[in-house]
Design a binder for this molecule. Structure first.
Ligand SMILES: [Zn+2]
Ligand SMILES: [Zn+2]
Length: 263
């Protein structure tokens, strides 16, 4: 079984594809993708992802406010902590820093990221970190919170090998998306080669970033198979080995999901 460690199911059902959650889950299951983590980016999302995760045992939820989300669609620490108490919520995120889309809001982004890290520590949950053009500040904030036992994943990783090494040293996992299948992503495939199999997750970030051979179309969780296949080819191992390792890594990083499976 494969797990899509990062998708946006509510955005997918609102996309022109017209897909329902049941369509998405059925085609995912047929492709061997048995679980997925749907991730909130704003206040309304938080209710939707929890709703989806409560209604479907294949779906887990992460609650947080994306660094690019405007302040009027954000929540405060108390509201985030309350959402995190739901047993179907297994992570805080997505959070982080995006100076590519929001260089002018850098200071507010750092405050929001730090708030998420504090909530994650209090809730005892790992964080899902989005980082773009903000390498040093992202690592500095993670380092400052490292003593609180902060764990998590660098999602949709597109950064350098140096940043991967720094994140791994902080105890983080690295999640790769369909970008690893893009012809232009030679440098990223070198990063995949270097990250140990027991520190790696796979994701779609759907409905965005459809992998080859679906590039340019609406992405969905079943396409995480193409990400896993690309990683298998890069590491010269089987798809089954990638599936086994990334699924085990998922349950190790997100213990609440492992608990839910036993219930
Ligand atoms: Zn992201
Ligand atoms: Zn995302």
């Amino acid at each position: 079984m494969l797990i899509d460690s990062h998708c946006h199911l509510d955005r997918l059902t609102e996309s022109p594809s017209g897909m329902t959650i049941d369509d998405i889950l059925q085609s995912a299951a047929a492709a061997g993708v048995g679980r997925m983590l749907t991730v909130a980016v704003d206040r309304d999302d938080i209710l939707r992802v929890i709703g989806h995760a409560r209604a479907h045992r294949e779906v887990y939820a992460a609650v947080g406010i994306h660094p690019s989300t405007p302040e009027d669609a954000a929540v405060d620490a108390d509201a985030l902590l309350a959402a995190a108490a739901d047993p179907r919520v297994i992570a805080i995120g997505e959070t982080g820093l995006d100076y590519y889309y929001g260089p002018d809001t850098a200071e507010a982004q750092r405050e929001r990221f730090a708030m998420h890290l504090r909530v994650a520590a209090r809730a005892g949950l790992p964080v899902i970190v989005h980082t773009r053009d903000a390498r040093d500040d992202t690592l500095a904030l993670l380092e400052r919170h490292a003593d609180r036992g902060c764990a998590g994943v660098m999602h949709c990783f597109t950064e350098s090998i140096d940043m991967a090494r720094a994140a791994l040293a902080l105890g983080f996992m690295i999640s790769f998306s369909g970008i690893v299948t893009f012809r232009s992503a030679g440098a990223l495939r070198e990063v995949v080669r270097e990250v140990a199999l027991d520190r790696l997750l796979v994701e779609t970030d759907s409905p965005y970033l459809a992998p080859v051979p679906h590039r340019g179309r609406v992405n969905e969780p079943r396409h995480v198979v193409h990400v896993a296949q690309a990683i298998a080819a890069i590491k010269d191992i089987t798809l089954e080995q990638v599936a086994q390792a990334t699924t085990a890594n998922f349950y190790r990083l997100f213990p609440r999901a492992a608990t839910a499976e036993r219930a």
